[in-house]
Design a protein around this ligand. Structure first.
Ligand code: 8YV
Length: 316
């Protein structure tokens, strides 16, 4: 039996690559020196695209694959997939929700604590010899008992909220409507109003055209000089220029960021901005979770080619 042709957009760990290479004829898009040439050559045979949340599938890539039936995303976010093309052509899309929720929420809280307790500068203080030479570093601020604002109370936002509760924090959240299971948490639909009523603003929204730059200059102003922003979602949810201006102007206290416009090449202003914690988009980056994500990404491909419903379909 001939193996289905699958276009693979970026690399996976070996524990996913080996089974993929066994089950499918894999075309490695990211390795092609001339990507247009590759698409022109293999596109007509491709029945599925295997991609990652950060890489997606562009309009041109989808257009080059006239027999494309489904796109399997390794990641919960599918904002980089050209969904209009999928809707127009009835192409199915799957993602990897749930399996990464805990890790992303863990990192979000770790980022808050690291930022506010200045864990990274404190480590540098020890390593540089400043502790012995100058004494103790400057005092930091208390996190326990402060107010968390969760922008977007989906699976990850709710997991962050539950963790923050463990630190005795008050929880407020914004979403399109009040969420079941959020009893005891305050619903504040407007982003600026939410920012005004919290100390630490977690951005946990799925990125859509509507949420682009939802954290803008007004929201940052409302957050105020003691407030921080923690973004573990997508860079597009935050107006980076407004954020950099707010950091440099001292209009907010700090920001902890796992995602950046144009990543991995970030705006160099971040490298010299005061009080930022910069992370390399690794919210789901544990062996345990990446294995679970890879399995789910492959299970969706298997289900599709077996003529079964996708395990975790995206509602288009
Ligand atoms: C991954 C992500 O880093 O789930 C997502 O949407 O962005 C991350 O979990 C990415 O998909 C892996 O490359």
């Amino acid at each position: 039996m001939t193996k289905p042709h699958v276009l693979q957009v970026g690399p996976y760990p070996e524990w996913d690559q080996t089974p993929l290479d066994t089950a499918y004829t894999i075309h490695r898009w990211w390795e092609a020196a001339d990507k247009d040439e590759l698409l022109a050559k293999v596109g007509p045979e491709v029945r599925a695209i295997a991609t990652r949340g950060d890489l997606g599938a562009s309009e041109a890539m989808i257009a080059a694959c006239p027999k494309l039936e489904m796109i399997s995303v390794f990641g919960v976010g599918y904002d980089a997939v050209h969904l209009a093309s999928c809707r127009a052509r009835g192409i199915k899309v799957s993602n990897t929700p749930d399996v990464l929720t805990d890790d992303v929420a863990d990192l979000a809280v770790a980022m808050l604590l690291s930022l506010v307790r200045r864990v990274v500068p404190a480590e540098a203080w020890v390593r540089s010899g400043d502790w012995a030479a100058k004494g103790n570093p400057p005092l930091t601020r208390k996190v326990s008992g402060t107010r968390a604002g969760i922008l977007g109370l989906g699976r990850i936002g709710a997991a962050i909220a539950r963790r923050c509760q463990g630190f005795g924090m008050q929880i407020a959240y914004s979403a399109r409507s009040p969420k079941p299971g959020a009893e005891g948490w305050t619903y504040i639909p407007d982003a600026a109003e939410l920012a005004r009523n919290c100390d630490h603003l977690f951005v946990a929204l799925a990125a859509t055209p509507e949420t682009r730059h939802i954290v803008n200059a007004d929201v940052l102003k409302a957050l105020g000089p003691d407030g921080t922003v923690i973004n573990i979602s997508r860079a597009a949810n935050v107006d980076e220029t407004a954020l950099l201006d707010a950091l440099e102007g001292g209009h907010i206290a700090g920001a902890a960021l796992d995602v950046f416009e144009g990543e991995p090449n970030l705006n160099p202003r971040f490298l010299s901005a005061p009080n930022v914690l910069l992370q390399p988009h690794h919210g789901s980056g544990t062996v345990d979770t990446r294995k679970a994500m890879g399995k789910l990404m492959r299970d969706n491909l298997t289900a599709h080619f077996a003529g079964q419903p996708l395990v975790t379909p995206v509602a288009l």
